[in-house]
Design a protein around this ligand. Structure first.
Ligand code: NAP
Length: 238
């Protein structure tokens, strides 16, 4: 049996193409569910995951979590090493960098170096606290409602991609946005804001991805299927 650590579009695509158990953290109240068997919630750290892998007779783990889900990736790497289970990271490439982007090593650093006063913030609910002390006005887009602490001057927009360039242009113009802050998540679902920012001449602050553990990494679902020894055009019926 294969375990897919999920919470991304790639994880759902992989689950549609190979029989597996998908695991979600349980952060989102109405998640987009993958095809097939799904379990929800943390494993209880590395020890919990080692036990879970053994109890469920897992033969391979594909970590297809979000590029910024650093803890679960570190835990899974260590747990698989301890349990002797082959481990692969499936990470889509980052955004194609454009001239003039302001790269930051962390969300906290981005919060300290905002080159604008009306900020379009797309770093997600869990990172909102980093911006709590900031005096700027924020349009913060996320999937689930945030909890304090958060900036005093804020409009929260609950929404889930994919987004279009026209939609992003309209949104940024209507809120008079003068800086975009995002993580280097990559993928096409959320890249429209970058095109819109470029068209509007708005500066982009982009947070670098955290480093990966020294595991094997592929960038595509087809790559993960090859690693699993599954033919790329094979489809399984749920
Ligand atoms: P994280 O900080 O790396 O993980 C914190 C803890 O949450 C882990 O130690 C683990 O708990 C649990 N966890 C995380 N992902 C899990 C999964 N797929 N299945 C079971 N338990 C999981 O994670 P995060 O950044 O909060 O992300 C949580 C989920 O949201 C992931 O599935 C990720 O793909 C998705 N997501 C994250 C972001 C982002 O920006 N971080 C964006 C979009 C989607 P235990 O130690 O108890 O096992």
């Amino acid at each position: 049996m294969i375990l897919i650590l999920g919470g991304t579009g790639e994880a759902r695509e992989l689950a549609a193409r190979v029989p597996a158990i998908s695991s979600l953290a349980g952060r989102v109240s109405e998640p987009r569910l993958p095809v097939g068997e799904v379990r929800v919630g943390g494993f209880g750290g590395v020890d919990g995951l080692v036990s879970w892998l053994r109890d469920n007779d897992i033969h391979a783990v594909v970590d297809a979590t979000h590029p910024f889900a650093r803890q679960i990736t570190a835990n899974a790497f260590e747990a698989c090493a301890r349990a002797g289970v082959p481990f692969l990271i499936l990470r889509r490439p980052g955004f194609t960098a454009r001239d003039g982007w302001q790269w930051e090593d962390s969300v906290a650093s981005a919060a300290h170096h905002l080159p604008g006063s009306r900020v379009f913030l797309t770093t997600g609910r869990q990172d909102l606290a980093e911006f709590a002390p900031c005096p700027q006005w924020f349009l913060a887009r996320m999937v689930e409602p945030p909890e304090p602490p958060m900036p005093q001057r804020i409009e929260v927009l609950l929404s889930r991609g994919p987004f279009t360039v026209d939609g992003e242009l309209e949104l940024m113009r209507s809120r008079e946005i003068d800086v975009l802050v995002t993580k280097d998540s990559g993928g096409s679902m959320t890249s429209a804001k970058l095109e819109a920012a470029e068209q509007l001449g708005i500066p982009v602050v982009i947070v670098r991805r955290p480093p990966l553990p020294p595991a094997e990494v592929v960038e595509t679902v087809d790559g993960a299927l090859r690693w699993l020894g599954v033919s790329a055009d094979q489809h399984h019926e749920p």
